[in-house]
Design a protein around this ligand. Structure first.
Ligand code: ZN
Length: 475
């Protein structure tokens, strides 16, 4: 301990800093308040300092050479006009730019201004998509217009073109000003995969079809869901309309709110066309998949109605909507639980979804309304009968939008979330009954949709294998 203390003492001596010497002029105050202690020595000194400063400034100012000002010349008459013509000013203020020089003796006045021999221009198709209107606006005469329209129709061009389509037009020389210029050539993209080129030859206008190579291989987009399925799909380049379709189709078989998690992978195949000129066009969602370990989902569009089917040929719409209320979270599961109001354990015959009052409640499948009104502890209740043996019940509603006997379709609004009856806060109590007994809604399945069978199922499977094989990643 003693050794440590001595080491510390040595340290203190070695490392002590030398005292900094105080500056001599520390107390000399140059800025003196002249309103304070008038007449004192300090005041006089301040006054002298001020005098010195003023004198110094004046003497410096006198020695700076004077800058030259304007020449003092005053412009008048023609000289003034000359200068005015040269100045730059706003045209809106009537500023004359430059000077008009009178023609010299060599100049000859023409009786009329000569026309340009040909006019090259790019016309654009307007909002209505009319080729005729765009050409007429560009100055094409009736005769040429009729010829072009009939040639275009013969070459397989659609009647309406996308607004903004560019028409490369060349108008030729005319005999007199009273007739429209003849069309020398015209070229435009008539369709995603077709260009038309019109040229004037010996026998009038002729059209040439120039096909544009289009790659119509569907694209496959896969990725991890991460924090938000929607954000991940947008980031992967999926158009908004396709995202909406994907979420809707998947929603028939998976509870997207609760069951889709960050590690899951989405898997979409979308109809897609890409022209050799680079433009791309998105089509329908063809395949909606979700890869989640053992519980994977694969749905494919099939048939004239564009319905989605599972791999086993079951319609995707077969299931019940898993969360029959928008923007909800599961707050209480099916099974035995302690009742918050009654104060003892009993069977919870349904599941609860916490949601704000007024949130729309949806029919989880199509069916017929069999109850719509007050039902004691259930508060305002709607019950919908599906097929012969299944009923879904929606309790504690704040509003009811249907009446007994109404037919409802899957996803239709039947009421709004509330807290009526025996309820501690706004939520939807949702029950599914099969053959007169409550079942766990998370496991209930409603069998009424289409089922592909036989040859149709074979075709479906072949098509599914085909698009999975040909689809390629988005480039
Ligand atoms: Zn409940």
């Amino acid at each position: 301990m003693a050794l440590l203390a001595s080491v510390a003492a040595v340290d203190a001596r070695t490392w002590a800093l030398p005292r900094i010497r105080e500056p001599v002029l520390r107390d000399l105050e140059l800025v003196v308040d002249l309103g304070d202690r008038i007449g004192s020595a300090r005041w006089w000194r301040g006054l002298a300092t001020l005098g010195l400063l003023v004198a110094g400034t004046v003497s410096v100012g006198l020695s700076v050479p004077r800058l030259p000002a304007g020449s003092g010349e005053v412009l008048t008459g023609p000289l003034l006009e000359e200068r005015r013509a040269l100045r730059i000013g706003a045209l809106a203020d009537g500023s004359p730019h430059g000077r008009v020089v009178a023609p010299g003796p060599a100049a000859v006045r023409l009786s009329e201004i000569p026309e340009r021999p040909r006019i090259e221009l790019v016309a654009r198709v307007g909002a209505g998509g009319s080729l005729e209107a765009a050409l007429r606006r560009a100055g094409v005469g009736r005769e040429d217009l009729d010829a072009i329209l009939s040639l275009a129709a013969g070459a397989g061009a659609p009647r309406a073109l996308p607004a903004g389509t560019e028409l490369a037009l060349v108008l030729g020389r005319r005999e007199t000003r009273s007739v429209p210029r003849p069309v020398e050539s015209l070229a435009f993209r008539a369709a995603f995969d077709l260009r038309l080129a019109f040229t004037r030859g010996e026998g009038g206008l002729a059209v040439e079809r120039i096909p544009i190579a289009v790659d119509s291989t569907p694209v496959r987009i896969q990725g991890e869901v991460g924090r938000s399925l929607h954000v991940a799909l947008r980031a992967a380049g999926v158009p908004a309309a396709v995202i909406a379709d994907y979420v809707r189709q998947l929603g028939h078989v998976v509870d997207i709110q609760r069951e889709v998690r960050g590690r899951d992978r989405f898997d979409l195949i979308v109809a897609h066309r890409q022209a050799e000129t680079g433009e791309r066009e998105w089509g329908h969602l063809l395949y909606a998949g979700l890869v989640d370990g053992p519980r994977s989902v694969a749905l494919m569009r099939f048939g004239p109605k564009g319905e989605f089917y599972r791999e086993n040929g079951e319609s995707a719409r077969r299931g019940l909507i898993r969360t029959p209320v928008e923007g909800a979270r599961l707050s209480s599961n099916f099974g035995m639980r302690f009742h918050p109001i009654l104060g003892y354990s009993r069977m919870h015959q349904g599941i609860d979804f916490a949601a704000p009052t007024g949130a729309p409640v949806l029919a989880s499948a199509g069916g017929k309304v069999v109850a719509a009104g007050w039902a004691g502890g259930y508060g305002n209740l709607v019950a919908v009968q599906h097929g012969r043996n299944m009923v879904t019940r929606y309790a504690h509603l704040s509003r009811i939008h249907v009446k007994v006997g109404d037919s409802v379709s899957q996803g239709q609004r039947i009421g709004a979330v509330g807290s009526t009856g025996l309820s501690t806060g706004p939520h939807l109590h949702y029950e599914v009954w099969v053959d007169g007994k409550p079942v766990n809604p998370a496991q209930a399945r409603y069998l009424s949709g289409n089922q592909l069978e036989g040859a149709e199922l074979q075709r479906f499977r072949a098509e599914l294998a085909r698009i999975r094989q040909i689809a390629r990643p988005l480039s």
